[in-house]
Each structure stands twice: as C-alpha cells, then as structure tokens.
Design a protein around this ligand. Structure first.
Ligand code: CDP
Length: 220
C-alpha cells in the first residue's frame, strides 16, 4: 500500500548516513511514542547476506535479480521491532559483519532490489504507525508523510561511533556508494529537518527529534 491512501496509521521517516545514530534515535522514539520500529538497513543487509550464502556476485545486477526470484523473504514484527527471515533463516549477527558491510551498498544500488524492499516497507503501515529508518524513507518510501528527520554527524564522529560499538565497518565507502547511486540516493528529503548530532549525546538528539516532530505536527 502507499501513503497516498487514507489510513489512520502514520510513518515517521528517519534518514541519514552510516553510523549517524539514526537507529538508536529511531528505537528510542518508537519506545517513547509506542510505535513499531522498522530498520530498513537490515532488509538490504539480508539481501547482501543471501548473496554470500548463494555464492552470487553482489556487484552483478543480473545475478542478484535472478537470486531474488529464488529466495523467500519474510518480513515481520517482534517485540515492537522489524524482523527478517531469508528462506526461513534469521541471519542474526552476520548482518552487521564485514562480508555484509562490504556488499550491502552494491545490492542496494540495484533498482529491482529496492522495488521489492520498498513494497515490503510500505506494507508495514497496515500493521500500525511506524518509525522507519534508512536512506530513502522520506524521499521514496513515504514521501507524503509530514514527519521527516535527517540525522547527520561529521564523518569523524561517525567513524568513532562505529568503532566504539566494536564494529569494523566501511562507513565512508558505503556513504560514497549510497550518495552516488542513481536509484534512490541518500539525500535530505523534501520537507525533512536536518539534525546534526555531532555535538549531542543521545538524550539530546532524542529530545531535539521529538521537538522537531511536534513542530512538524506530531500530536504531543
Ligand atoms: O550501518 P548503518 O546503520 O549506517 O546502515 P544501515 O541502515 O544498516 O544500512 C546498510 C546499507 O543498506 C546502507 O549503507 C545502504 O546501502 C542500504 N540502505 C539503503 O540503500 N536504503 C535504506 N532505506 C536503508 C539502507
């Protein structure tokens, strides 16, 4: 379904570059507001994980498209957050590890991958109101929502945050690939408010996000 259709449910769109803190903010907002939290990055990561399992070259769009027809992707909700199974399997911690980090922006640049996942993301709105985080939520998935944030932070801060999580990651490389791709590049969506979290702790970011959403019309 699309957010053009009348629905009593709404979506809060949170976009931003890698390791900007958007997942933490999205989770805290969802808890505070009693909404379902959808991590769309995990969906792209799951497709990257599937290419590894199937021995498919993530940089070969034709091979990835053929793989899409062969896998079963189940998107659900558990404990207020999104879940994803590929062929009945939960990829678990592998989603955040190096082999997936290295491939995810490549599969995310393939239009057919995006079409499949955007349709699943829109379907979540039938289950309830959402906080959805990613790269194209305010620009493509729910362009008509009035509630749009873009959480940013300096590259230096983002690299430090990711290594403080104990995770090696190719943050700068993914940002470059995500910003340059033709299909739904990372961008500040029309109507989105940018929050630069470089100098803020997480509580300050959450309070700023709530104030901003209220100024965008979110009921108190
Ligand atoms: O690690 P981080 O939280 O920064 O990234 P993520 O949200 O897990 O997203 C991983 C990758 O998925 C991104 O680098 C993008 O290539 C892709 N992605 C996307 O293209 N569109 C989205 N809505 C979400 C993620």
């Amino acid at each position: 379904m699309s957010d053009c259709k009348p629905t009593r449910h709404f979506a809060i769109a949170i976009d931003g570059p890698a390791a900007s803190g958007k997942s933490t903010v999205a989770r805290r907002l969802a808890e505070r507001l009693g909404l379902i939290m959808i991590n769309t990055g995990a969906m792209y990561r799951a497709i990257a994980w599937a290419t590894i399992r199937k021995g498919v070259d993530a940089a070969d769009p034709e091979a990835v498209k053929a793989m899409l027809a062969e896998i079963e992707l189940s998107c659900g909700v558990n404990n207020g957050g999104s879940t994803i199974l590929i062929d009945g399997m939960d990829p678990g911690e592998a989603l955040r590890q190096d082999p997936v980090n290295a491939r995810v922006s490549k599969v995310a640049a393939i239009p057919e991958v995006r079409e499949l996942l955007v349709a699943k993301q829109r379907e979540y709105l039938t289950l309830g109101s959402l906080v959805m985080e990613g790269r194209d939520i305010g620009s493509v998935v729910f362009p008509n929502t009035p509630y749009k944030l873009y959480i940013d932070a300096s590259e230096e801060v983002r690299l430090a945050r990711r290594s403080a999580e104990g995770l090696a990651d190719v943050v700068s490389q993914r940002d470059a690939e995500d910003s340059k791709r033709k299909a739904s590049p990372l961008m500040v969506a029309e109507g989105a408010t940018v929050i630069d979290s470089s100098e803020m702790d997480i509580d300050e970011v959450v309070e700023t996000a709530l104030d901003t959403l209220r100024s965008q019309g979110l009921p108190a």
